[in-house]
Design a binder for this molecule. Structure first.
Ligand SMILES: Cc1ncc(C[n+]2csc(CCOP(=O)(O)OP(=O)(O)O)c2C)c(N)n1
Ligand SMILES: [Mg+2]
Length: 297
């Protein structure tokens, strides 16, 4: 698994305590980072001239919380005990890069040349080129299986890491997800956490019209998972739920079903069938930036 090394640098004390410590909820930080995720996604897609605004906007508060103390990280991305985050819905990467830059894993200047030739930051993430990216994803359906392998490896090696996997809801139509869910239940991978971004839509319509994914919670429960549902846009609910996930010494994997809105933050994008992949030319991008400013005020 990425991030292996033979010597362990000491983890910063605050991070080593993990997110589940008694620290007060960093709600302002989560709000600020959710704004960074949306604003930077807007800016970076203007550079690339194509991108997945809506898939990032639904996950903004989740990503912001993960990088505001939920994930156990250190300054060194090679620290083996750090938590791993598998972006199974790899097209969310554009929203993660600004958080990796904030954390210091990548230089902020890289963002300005997002997807340009030679730049390691692509539309889909590359674990070989971007520190802090734990799996090269893009082809949907694989991330939970990768998470199962990482969770087993972490357990065998005695790491305190948890493995978090961010899944799309329509992605749950991929059969391999359910093989992984079954394996995680069987192997008792209490260090594995799946987060389903339940934004109600896939590429071109409502999940329940295209091919039903419900009942998501019962499906995971049937394979032996603990399931918690939450409002994925409420910073307090996200913080409380993510930090309440039991530590690694349990034997039950956790699935968090985060109820979100695809495109949350820009009115005309929300639950739109036509905005899965798009591009806002400069005048429209300026208007969108203004709308986001109001949304995050
Ligand atoms: C195996 C595979 N099939 C199709 C695609 C094309 N594709 C990219 S995103 C997407 C929709 C995913 O919907 P969902 O999982 O709900 O994620 P969201 O964007 O809504 O967060 C599709 C079909 C892909 N990346 N991989
Ligand atoms: Mg979706």
């Amino acid at each position: 698994m990425p991030g292996n090394r033979t010597t362990d640098p000491a983890a910063p004390a605050a991070l080593a305590a993990g997110a589940a410590g008694a620290a007060p909820a960093p709600l302002e930080q989560i709000r600020r980072r959710a704004a960074i995720v949306r604003n930077e996604t807007l800016r970076l897609i203007e550079v690339a001239k194509s991108g997945h605004y809506t898939s990032v906007f639904s996950a903004a508060e989740l990503l912001a919380a993960l990088y505001s103390g939920v994930l156990r990280l250190a300054d060194d991305p090679e620290w083996p005990d750090r938590d791993r985050l598998v972006l199974s819905k790899g097209h969310v990467a554009v929203g993660v890069y600004p958080l990796l830059a904030e954390h210091g894993y990548i230089p902020a200047e890289l963002l300005d040349q997002y997807t340009r030739l030679g730049n390691p930051l692509g539309d889909h993430p590359d674990m070989r080129r971007v520190p802090g990216i734990d799996f090269s994803s893009g082809s949907l359906g694989h991330g939970l299986s990768i998470g199962v392998g990482m969770a087993q490896a972490a357990r065998m090696r005695g790491y305190g890491s948890r493995i978090w996997v961010l899944l799309g809801d329509q992605e749950l139509n991929e059969g391999q997800i359910w093989e992984a869910a079954q394996a995680a239940g069987h192997f008792g991978l209490g260090n594995l956490v799946a987060i389903v971004d339940r934004n109600q839509m896939g590429l071109d319509g409502l999940t329940e019209d295209v091919m039903t994914v419900e009942p998501i919670g019962d499906r995971f429960r049937a394979f032996g998972w603990r399931v918690v549902e939450l409002d994925g846009h409420d910073p307090a609910a996200v913080w409380e739920t993510l930090t309440a996930v039991p530590a690694t010494d349990t034997t039950t994997p956790t699935c968090l079903v985060a109820h979100t809105v695809k495109g949350k933050g820009i009115g005309y994008m929300e639950l739109s069938r036509t905005w899965h992949l798009g591009y806002l030319a400069p005048p429209d991008a300026t208007d969108a930036a203004r709308e986001l400013e109001g949304f995050h005020a």
